[in-house]
Design a protein around this ligand. Structure first.
Ligand SMILES: *Cc1c(COP(=O)(O)O)cnc(C)c1O
Length: 411
């Protein structure tokens, strides 16, 4: 087995690929997992070897800790092996750092960046704050309108940042169509693929040039580490790598080791949480208190058809919108939950719930969307973990009862 590559004589299943990805004996030695190489300094045999070391800048060649060591290389090789079409994968200290690193790698002052209106809030803030300060203009676009997307491309447009399904509101975009338009205009397509991972959406195969993940979510999977990644084809990979080195991006070998360990079970965890999420979403759809279930896994829900066409898997993250109640009523529901934690992030083994109000974070599309009752606007996002779905459903039923009770006491 070469570096992170698979035997090519027959296609391997997902479980097999996850079990063998990146297990290069050069990094692992005679044990199964690569040891944690805690290293800044690499010692050379003599001054000639030291001088020779500066001549090569490539993965797998020890130089100095900022360029990584075998533990980090094993993780990036594994991620590359799982992303069809990728030349390599750069690791970053967080998902946000991966987004910043990829954008700074491809954008220059005077360029225009397109961002889908459903983007993760820190992505939006990065575009309107940091990137603006460096002379990059951002236009936000309706994630579901291909014609408007094409019309918003101008001669200065350099890149588009897609996110599908969108953060909180879960819009599924027609990525093959949007990336084809982008390519025709010479625009680089970057996707935040944290939700699906390459197991559920092979982004480069679907037309994207750079695929970003917050490894904090599904790859970490246990709510105990922060990391990000960006995978790309040949030239773009080299640009990402150079920029990450210039910015001093480096991840700890301890975190890389944890992430690699969790990666081996990611397929099992995603399958389990996808099944549970579908069961819970179906149950929510039948509740009178719920106006909309925003879960592409659910037949009939927005984005389900595109999800079925383009995705090979899902995960446990989805949202629902309460019918006509106040934000206070929604808080009663969430505060009554016993099994769901209240907190940011997602993709861990434990379930989480947070309230969301995207209205203030949109500029190209309205919230609530046109066609909805204006009173139906308060959302709850659930991250479904590995608990038994029947227990989670019971917990949500308790939450709905608490919301009713609070309403009756008010009257
Ligand atoms: C959490 C998240 C990020 C940021 O990841 P961090 O590792 O928390 O910095 C980026 N994109 C999406 C869609 C996320 O949910």
């Amino acid at each position: 087995m070469g570096k992170g590559k698979f035997p090519t004589d027959h296609p391997l299943g997902q479980g097999t690929r996850l079990a063998i990805a990146g297990r290069d004996p050069e990094y692992t030695g005679a044990v199964v997992n690569p040891p944690v190489w805690r290293a800044s300094t690499h010692l050379y045999a003599d001054t000639a070897a030291l001088k020779d070391g500066t001549r090569h800048n490539e993965d797998g060649r020890f130089f100095y800790g900022r360029r990584g060591a075998p533990t980090q290389w094993a993780l990036s090789d594994a991620l590359t092996a799982l992303e069809p079409g990728a030349e390599g994968t750069v690791l970053y200290p967080s998902g946000v750092a991966a987004i910043a690193g990829a954008l700074m790698a491809v954008l220059s002052p005077g360029d225009v960046l397109l961002v889908t209106d459903n983007a993760y809030e820190p992505t939006r803030n990065m575009a309107t704050g940091l990137l603006k300060r460096f002379g990059v203009q951002t236009r936000f676009v309706d994630p579901l309108d291909g014609a408007a997307f094409e019309a918003s491309i101008c001669s200065a447009t350099k890149a588009v940042l897609l996110e599908s399904p969108g953060s909180l509101t879960m819009e599924v975009q027609d990525i093959p169509a949007l990336t084809a338009i982008a390519r025709q205009h010479g625009v680089i397509s970057i996707i935040d693929n944290t939700w699906a991972t390459p197991l559920g959406f092979p982004a480069l195969e679907r037309g994207c040039d750079i695929a970003i993940m917050s490894l904090t979510k599904h790859v970490g999977g246990h709510s105990d580490l922060m990391m990000g990644s960006a995978a790309a084809r040949g030239d773009l990979y080299r640009t990402l790598r150079q920029t990450a080195q210039a910015l001093g991006h480096v991840v700890s070998p301890d975190d890389a080791s944890l992430a690699l360990r969790s990666l081996r079970t990611m397929g099992l965890r995603l399958d389990r949480s996808t099944h549970s999420a579908l069961a819970i979403a179906s149950w929510l759809k039948g509740r009178a208190e719920v106006a909309h279930v925003l879960c592409p896994l659910l037949p009939g829900a927005p984005g389900h058809e595109l999800w079925t066409r383009d995705f090979t898997g899902g995960c446990g993250l989805f949202s629902f919108v309460i019918k006509g109640r106040s934000a206070a009523a929604r808080s009663q529901l969430i505060d009554a939950l016993q099994l769901f934690g209240i907190g940011y992030s997602w993709g861990g083994y434990e379930s989480l719930a947070i309230p969301f109000d995207p209205a203030g974070n949109r500029s190209a599309t309205p919230w609530p969307p046109s066609g909805w009752d204006t009173g139906d606007r308060y959302g709850i996002r659930l991250s479904i973990g590995l608990e038994d779905p029947a227990d989670l459903i019971c917990d949500l039923a308790t939450g709905f009862a608490a919301m009713e009770q609070a309403d009756m006491e008010q009257e």
